[in-house]
Design a protein. Structure first.
Length: 361
């Protein structure tokens, strides 16, 4: 559904026209028409080429289960407090690739035709400062469908760093969506022997196509027992949890030897069953590590590793071919039909790995 934005100063400004995606309530997706502010002499306007849907974060907003909708985040003390959270509408998305179509008269760092990454919500156009556009500048000839994986490759890389993998260790990747498949490849480059786990055959097949042996968690398989068949009776050394489910987190814990560690790269939403901390977590002295590369959290190895360095490394791993992304996009949905993209992820997750929105040139 597309509707005009109502009576704001922004909607009457004489800047480029824009359609942006909003989640206006649980289960409701709309496209809003408005105008961006005029392009100033130090500004850059980019038309979106492709944007990736975050299957975890955005679906939590869509379902109304995101923590920020139900409790108040105290930025000073960095805790959630009882009380009303933020309200709809929500502008989701942070994985966009755009092409510069207009640059202000004082702009020298980018020029029309340049491809840039945009850490901004789904919209068919973005108005940026020159500095922001320059920070996202991509080499000439970059494939936009390859570049759309850059941000999630950084998320995965942060998880691999936080898991502190060492040469010769065995690592379990729990959940083989986009982040899990990227993390599996990175973990192999870190020197670990990697075992993937997912409940969907499509994703298990995708891991195996990348050379990562994987276990199908079909509800009848004892995953931890299968891991020990491959890693040895004590279990794996570490796990990266990318499923976003408490049951997946519990199974990651079960897969580990005493003193093992789990780095979580997924975000967890709503009330879920399945996590029993009185069992293997307690008996085997497992270390649980939250991996977070944004939200004002410095990296654990700061200042050696910063957000900028993680971003740069993730991009280089993909553009060099060390990390493969071909075949991970399972669906390309026109921006006009964005609601269909969300329906694919919620209704038929077994058929999806990466869903992207495409835009008219």
């Amino acid at each position: 559904m597309t509707r005009p934005d109502s009576g704001t100063a922004e909607s009457t400004a004489a800047g480029p026209p824009c359609r942006r995606l909003l989640i206006t309530g649980p289960g409701t997706v709309e496209l809003i028409e408005h105008r961006l502010p005029p392009v100033g002499e130090h500004d850059v306007y980019a038309r979106t080429v492709v944007s990736g849907v975050s299957h975890g974060t955005e679906i939590a907003w869509l379902r109304g289960s995101a923590a920020a909708l139900h409790r108040t985040w105290d930025t000073g003390r960095r805790i959630y407090l009882d009380g009303p959270g933020r309200d709809f509408p929500v502008a989701p998305g942070y994985e966009s690739i755009g092409r510069v179509t207009l640059a202000g008269t004082a702009v020298t760092a980018v020029t029309a035709g340049d491809l840039i990454t945009v850490d901004g919500p789904h919209a068919d156009g973005h108005l940026l400062t020159e500095a922001t556009a320059a920070a996202g500048l991509l080499p000439a000839g970059t494939d936009p469908e390859q570049a759309v994986f850059f941000i999630l490759a950084r998320v995965a890389l942060g998880g691999v760093h936080d898991a502190a993998l060492a040469l010769g260790e065995t690592a379990v990747i729990m959940g083989l969506g986009t982040v899990g498949l990227l993390a599996a490849q990175q973990a192999r480059h870190a020197g670990a022997t990697v075992i993937g786990v997912d409940r969907f055959p499509l994703r298990v097949q995708a891991a195996e196509a990348q050379g990562v042996p994987a276990i199908l968690a079909d509800g009848h398989t004892d995953v931890a027992a299968r891991v020990r068949e491959q890693a040895g009776p004590a279990g794996a050394d570490a796990a990266i949890e990318a499923s976003g489910s408490y049951a997946g987190l519990h199974e990651a814990i079960r897969c580990l030897r005493p003193g093992g560690r789990v780095a979580t790269v997924a975000s967890y939403h709503g009330d879920q069953p399945g996590l029993r901390l009185g069992e293997e977590y307690h008996r085997n002295r497992i270390t649980l590590i939250s991996s977070m590369t944004v939200n004002a959290c410095a990296q654990r190895s700061h200042p050696l590793w910063t957000l900028d360095r993680l971003n740069t490394a993730a991009r280089q791993l993909i553009t060099s071919g060390a990390i493969r992304t071909e075949g991970l996009i399972t669906h390309r949905v026109p921006f006009d039909r964005a609601a269909d993209a969300y329906a694919l992820i919620t209704d038929t997750p077994q058929d999806t790995i990466k869903v992207v929105l495409t835009y008219d040139s």
